[in-house]
Design a protein around this ligand. Structure first.
Ligand code: IMP
Ligand code: MG
Length: 174
């Protein structure tokens, strides 16, 4: 399946090394405090599984379903397919997402967590595409910043395909 990529941007070893670094950054930022990690499904599943296993803090885990993309274009609206089940009131919330693009998804999710009474809301994203930003959102922890490229693999999809690639690259759309 990797031969359906026209370019590999981050191979498996590079991703795993950076995820270890991110886990250390998150761990030191919370200084032993418990946190509630909210994984944005489906894109952040692989990243979150690797990241959170390396964070040595008391941690509650929840997942939410949001979607703002269809194919390669942002639709500019956030649909909550399922909200968090855990109470966020007075919890330190860490939102874990695959990629920060226009920022609309995280803008909506951050607002949701704040409205639910979270003590603090931070965001950890594997990838950041700052040149695409529409909503004024910055992540607190960023794996890699990339140019305006549509990428797949390690959770990121094109119409639900390529998520299971161990690396991240640019799909060959023919
Ligand atoms: P935003 O709301 O525009 O920031 O979009 C965030 C969501 O769009 C991410 O969680 C991804 O699911 C999806 N997305 C953005 N860029 C890409 C990409 O290059 N490849 C695959 N999915 C992407
Ligand atoms: Mg997606």
């Amino acid at each position: 399946m990797q031969n359906q990529l026209k370019q590999i941007l981050f191979d498996e070893a590079t991703l795993q090394q950076r995820v270890r670094g991110l886990a250390a950054e998150v761990e030191s930022a919370y200084q032993g405090q418990p946190l509630t990690a909210i994984i944005l499904s489906n894109g952040a599943l692989f990243f979150a599984a690797d990241l959170l296993r390396r964070i040595n803090l008391p941690l509650h885990l929840d997942m939410i379903g949001v979607s703002s993309y269809s194919g390669t274009e942002s639709r500019g609206q956030v649909d909550f397919r399922y909200p968090p089940k855990l109470p966020l009131h007075k919890h330190h919330v860490l939102i874990v997402d695959d990629i920060l693009d226009t920022g609309r998804t995280l803008e909506g999710v951050i607002a949701f967590c704040r409205d639910a009474g979270a003590l603090s809301v931070r965001c950890c994203v594997l990838l950041d595409k700052p040149s695409r930003r529409i909503a004024p959102i910055q992540a607190d922890f960023i794996g890699f910043s990339i140019d305006d490229l549509f990428v797949v693999g390690y959770g990121l999809d094109l119409n639900e395909k390529f998520r299971n690639l161990p690396c991240i690259g640019i799909p060959d759309l023919g």
